[in-house]
Design a protein around this ligand. Structure first.
Ligand code: 4AD
Ligand code: MG
Length: 438
């Protein structure tokens, strides 16, 4: 063993930055095979995965045999020359002729490269997070957050936070998680920052947050988590139309950024980047009434006044290749804070953005009631206790302005943009009805 050259990131190599050069990499041995005097090691370093080949003729017998015996997930330092090779999984391979430090792992790594059941992989999530497909998704997730923050910064929004311990429901009592909070009863985990955001717009103007939200979702579905990451926006002097334009631009910017900056990761997880580059503002808008008609024509069970469930959103969104808004949901199926349409009070100035291809709701939002009496009336109608919302009502007494906002489910958008059939892999450690371990 001779001294190693400087270590480089695998991503740099795969991007073509070191073709023909002598470099060293270090990482985890994710997979391996050998045939006729050549070993093929798949090495993962956190930035990418690359094939490394070792020729028996380039090594002394002992080194070659020791490497051959290494169990999966052993950590290796390898030095060699970068070769462009069509046959290698990512078009490039490292032709190795020097092996540096090795940390041998135990021989019984539980995730072998055959198909495992979903529950087994979730039990071993602390190890399965190393899977190259998950690695690509988590990388896309990080880029997603970065792109969103860039968009908000460029458009003059301030990031702010709301408490996670709260005392009154924003999205209805049925999905509240109650928590033990010293000796106080009636303390819950936040479902949405919204009510606090409505206070903060009088301090900061246009604001956003990226934070966890919690929902005690009673059912296991492919698109619900009990803890999800919520990107929320709230702004004064903005109506329903204005806040939908924010959604159009933000989602388009995020989709384009992923497609331009991470095409390799997108392809790896199964999404053609070209499809995200086709996102274009403004997204089409249909009314709730039109959505009901489309569904009824398709023979899907749906009456005017019903809320959408998976059975409705699935078929509805398969009519579209790009996201679209459904506008004007009935007052009866939206929380108390939604402003009734002055021209037609049985519907609200609300809008949900639907992802196409069967994915369904990714954004929910709209214009808020800014009039004190109207808000109090809706609180009574929904059988809520005005005492629980006393501070929220106060906001309508001093300096109230028309305002709007929305919440975007980050995992929902990622699930669609990565073309996944389940939400669980969009987050490293998913939480649902049955799982809080590991
Ligand atoms: O439609 P929701 O319930 O709206 C609100 O919470 C508003 N207060 C937001 C606002 O106006 N500031 O939730 C917003 C979005 C949904 O469209 C969905 O994308 C996501 O949050 N979401 C979930 N994602 C994963 N798992 C769950 N259980 C989710 N519940 C909502
Ligand atoms: Mg909703």
């Amino acid at each position: 063993m001779t001294a190693m050259s400087r270590f480089v990131d695998i991503a740099e190599i795969l991007d073509g930055g070191h073709d023909g050069e002598r470099v060293a990499i270090r990482g985890w041995m994710y997979n391996k095979r050998s045939s006729g005097g050549i070993q093929f090691l798949m090495v993962r370093d956190g930035t990418g995965v690359m094939q490394c080949t070792l020729n028996r003729s380039s090594f002394d017998e002992e080194t070659y045999n020791n490497v051959e015996k290494l169990p999966l997930e052993s950590v290796v330092e390898l030095e060699g020359v970068v070769k462009v090779d069509e046959r290698a999984p990512n078009g490039r391979e490292l032709s190795v002729n020097n092996v540096g430090g090795v940390i041998e792992s135990q021989p019984d790594y539980p995730i072998i490269r055959k198909r495992h059941g979903v529950e087994f992989l979730l039990d071993n999530r602390h190890l399965y997070v190393r899977d190259p497909k998950l690695q690509s998704i988590f990388r896309l997730r990080a880029k997603f957050m970065e792109a969103a923050r860039d968009w908000f910064r460029e458009h003059g929004y301030t990031e702010t936070q709301s408490p996670m311990f709260i005392t009154a429901a924003c999205e209805g009592g049925s999905t509240l998680f109650e928590v033990k909070y010293f000796d106080r009863e009636g303390v819950y985990l936040s479902q949405s920052w919204q009510l606090y955001a409505e206070a903060m717009i009088c301090s900061l103007g246009k604001i956003y947050t990226i934070a966890p939200s919690f929902r005690a979702e009673p059912s296991r579905t492919r698109r619900h988590l009990s803890e999800f990451w919520h990107l929320e926006v709230e702004e004064p002097w903005t109506d329903l139309d204005g806040i939908m334009k924010v959604g159009d631009e933000l989602v388009t910017h995020i989709g384009h950024t992923l497609a331009r900056e991470m095409p390799r990761e997108l392809r790896m997880v199964g999404r053609d980047p070209e499809e995200l580059l086709r996102l274009e503002t403004p997204f089409p808008r249909i009314t709730y009434d039109e959505a009901v008609e489309i569904l009824q024509k398709d023979g899907v069970e749906m009456l005017w006044g019903d809320d959408f469930g998976w059975q409705q959103e699935g078929p509805l969104t398969r009519h579209f290749d790009l996201p679209f808004w459904v506008v004007g949901f009935p007052t009866g199926i939206k929380p108390f804070y939604h402003k009734p349409d002055p021209r037609r009070p049985e519907v609200t100035l609300s809008a949900d953005l639907m992802a196409p291809e069967g994915y369904g709701e990714i954004i929910g939002g709209g214009q808020r009631i800014h009039d004190y009496d109207q808000l109090l009336e809706r609180i009574h109608e929904d059988n809520l206790d005005p005492k629980d919302y006393s501070w929220y009502l106060d906001l309508r007494r001093w300096g109230t302005v028309p305002h709007s906002g929305f919440g975007l489910g980050i995992e929902r958008v990622l699930m669609w943009m990565c073309k996944l059939d389940h939400i669980r892999d969009t987050i490293p450690f998913p939480r649902d009805l049955r799982r809080v371990f590991p």
